[in-house]
Write a protein that binds this ligand. Structure first.
Ligand SMILES: Cc1ncc(COP(=O)(O)O)c(C=O)c1O
Length: 394
């Protein structure tokens, strides 16, 4: 039997992360000596703040290099709860917190711990790529809800309610949203929470970009009275503290859910890296000024990207209210029939203009591409010049 036919069915149910594929294609061209402008990467271009790096150096020097508890050291679990309480007014205790190998791992653990085959999971579109695949991997059924571009891609309770069936178990909300940059208003979020509580569902709130908000104050639905029983928070240090490579994320939820997720983690990764955990304690409890500094720079870049995109005839863009992505509608480039969808658009843009973007198909829409502006102004200028010329000639 061929090796490919031996691969388990649950692996065939998932696909390679499209964002990783863009990175690999851009990398291939770069290795061939091509000058690629990379708008694909969903990670801060800033270095990890020095105080955090120093905490890791300290951990190494003091030989903090052994296994820890699967769910993370007590001090970090408590520090995460304290940070979340200070930032959002929640009240989690350490046994309601677990540390994971990145936020993605928290989401993976949660879906595997909660979803039975056939359970339905409501996912707003556009969505972050991973939700769909981890639900499929668990044998769950994704039920997609289109967020309307005309209303800024903001989802609301009535759109979700229409898709609830007796099999629905979970609703996933990601605000600020990757890829659209949409941010749910507090009122909309409260309505969604009341809906899931009334219908006895769970709500996964992915707070990965919660500190990168261009309007209003950071907000967590988990601060609502009664939220703890029904809400699971997936959090990450990757974006907030420019720590993508350290692989530290977390989940906050009722202890029974945390225990189930920990049981699974105990048979996969065990604890997240001990050294990174020490660095994470410093990130949670140390000075926070790097966060508003990064946000100010992202805001400058966002304003630049939005205004440059609006100068391109036929291109429209919903102003991102959070995160560091622009999600322009580039369907104008399909008009003469040479390009049919954003997969083709992104492939040609990379091959011909040497700009890497992620096609909207990865996020469930076909008229958009995702541009990450977590890169320098110089790169943004070069890449947007190329994009404009490419669209003009398409
Ligand atoms: C919406 C969203 N959630 C979660 C993550 C997970 O990030 P990490 O696993 O690096 O913590 C990402 C990363 O791109 C993301 O965009």
């Amino acid at each position: 039997m061929q090796a490919t036919t031996e691969i388990a069915e649950r692996i065939s149910a998932i696909s390679v992360s499209s964002t990783m594929k863009v990175a690999a294609d851009a990398d291939r061209l770069r290795r061939e000596g091509v000058d690629v402008v990379d708008f694909g990467a969903g990670e801060p271009d800033f270095p990890t703040p020095d105080n955090i790096k120093q905490a890791a150096v300290q951990a190494l020097a003091s030989n903090f290099t052994k296994y820890t508890n699967t769910a993370g050291v007590q001090e970090l679990r408590q520090a995460i709860c304290d940070r979340h309480r200070l930032d959002f007014g929640t009240s989690y205790s350490a046994n309601e917190c677990m540390v994971t190998v990145g936020g993605k791992h928290a989401i993976f653990n949660l879906i595997q711990a909660l979803i039975n085959p056939g359970d339905e999971v409501i996912i707003p579109v556009p969505y972050w790529v991973t939700y769909k695949d981890v639900v499929n991997y668990a044998g769950g059924v994704c039920v997609f809800v289109d967020a309307d571009e005309a209303t800024g891609f903001e989802i609301n309770a009535s759109l979700i309610e229409r898709r609830i069936t007796p099999r629905t178990k979970l609703v996933i909300i990601n605000s600020p949203c990757n890829p659209s940059g949409a941010v749910l208003s507090a009122e909309n979020f409260r309505d969604i929470f009341e809906l899931i509580a009334r219908r006895d569902l769970f709500l996964l709130t992915d707070e990965c970009y919660c500190q990168f908000l261009y309007e209003g104050e950071p907000f967590s639905i988990a601060a609502m009275p009664g939220a703890k029983e029904k809400v699971v928070i997936a959090g990450s240090l990757s974006k907030t503290y420019a720590m993508t490579g350290w692989r530290i994320g977390f989940a906050l939820a009722a202890a029974a859910i945390i225990n189930a997720m920990t049981k699974l983690q105990s048979h996969s990764t065990s604890n997240p890296t001990s050294i990174a955990q020490k660095a994470a304690i410093e990130a949670m409890l140390g000075p926070q000024d790097s966060v508003p500094q990064m946000l100010a720079e992202y805001r400058r870049r966002r304003d630049f990207v939005v205004s440059r995109l609006r100068e391109i005839p036929g291109v429209s863009i919903v102003t991102p209210k959070g995160a560091f992505y622009a999600y322009p509608n580039i369907a104008v480039a399909y008009e003469n029939g040479r390009i049919k969808n954003s997969l083709e658009f992104a492939a040609r843009l990379l091959e011909q203009a040497h700009v890497a973007v992620v096609p909207g198909e990865a996020f469930g829409t076909k008229d958009h591409v995702r541009i990450s502006y977590a890169t320098s102004m110089h790169e943004l200028e070069r890449g947007l010049d190329r994009l404009q010329a490419f669209i003009a000639n398409s």
